[in-house]
Design a protein around this ligand. Structure first.
Ligand code: DC
Length: 239
């Protein structure tokens, strides 16, 4: 895999010649699917002037790469080799595959399903960890995923574990999909969420866990603004 580093993030005029900052601050947010990590991470990053890194988007892009190349999903080495030969790049909240912005394509339910093959592959995880660490040397970041505080950035400035009950997460997803005009079934969404939780927390490599030292926030019954305010209070607290 080749990548462009440091990433060229337009609104803060980081260029390919930007030298990594000596002291970059990192805030990690981990948690299960549908807990609201993306919305919270984006809003928090915007309010405190940090960049936002969606690490799930990187695993989704590897799955898209496999799909486009009709990879044999039972051959983990083939997916690794493809990943090494192609360019995955993340700039200003958008993800690129060989310079093509695939930020929307990676949100399909087919890719959501296929991402299990990239995320359970240990060699792909090493490549993605490396990519994430390189991105994070360029500026202050709020990163979001499943292993950010546990594996990739255990020494982050603040680590959060954002959770919510499966029913609450299914209700949110149901509402989102309904608003997009999709034909949705609440019970099926709940089944999918429970299955994904099981897969994410029982896989052999980097399973979803509450990272050591993480601040746990349950977003049940809390609005996006309330969760972000709560995090900001923790961030401002003295160590
Ligand atoms: O957050 P998301 O739904 O876009 O993540 C897609 C998948 O990638 C999900 O099944 C979990 C996995 N993932 C991971 O294993 N490690 C990460 N750091 C981020 C996501």
């Amino acid at each position: 895999m080749s990548t462009q580093f440091p990433p060229n993030m337009s609104e803060k005029t980081i260029t390919n010649k930007t030298v990594p900052k000596k002291e970059t601050k990192l805030i990690t947010i981990d948690g299960p699917a549908g807990a609201g990590k993306s919305s919270v991470a984006k809003q928090l990053a915007a309010q405190i002037g940090f960049y936002y890194l969606d690490t799930g988007a990187l695993y989704r892009t590897v799955a898209l790469l496999g799909l486009k190349n009709q990879v044999d999903w039972n051959d983990p080495a083939a997916l690794v080799s493809l990943t090494q030969k192609n360019l995955i790049d993340y700039r200003a909240g958008r993800v690129y595959l060989n310079q093509e912005d695939v930020s929307e394509q990676i949100r399909s339910s087919e890719i959501t399903f296929l991402t299990q093959y990239s995320s359970k592959n240990p060699a792909i995880r090493l490549l993605m960890n490396d990519l994430q660490r390189k991105i994070a040397t360029t500026d202050h970041f709020v990163t979001e995923g499943r292993d950010q505080g546990s594996v990739v950035f255990p020494d982050a400035f603040r680590k959060f574990y954002l959770t919510a009950s499966p029913e609450e997460r299914a209700r949110r997803r149901f509402k989102e999909q309904q608003q997009r005009g999709e034909n949705v079934d609440y019970q099926q969404i709940l089944i999918d969420i429970n299955e994904r939780d099981y897969r994410d927390s029982h896989r052999d490599v980097a399973p979803l866990i509450q990272p050591k030292g993480a601040i746990i926030i349950d977003s049940d019954g809390k609005s996006l603004d309330e969760v972000v305010e709560l995090m900001k209070r923790h961030i401002e607290m003295p160590d």
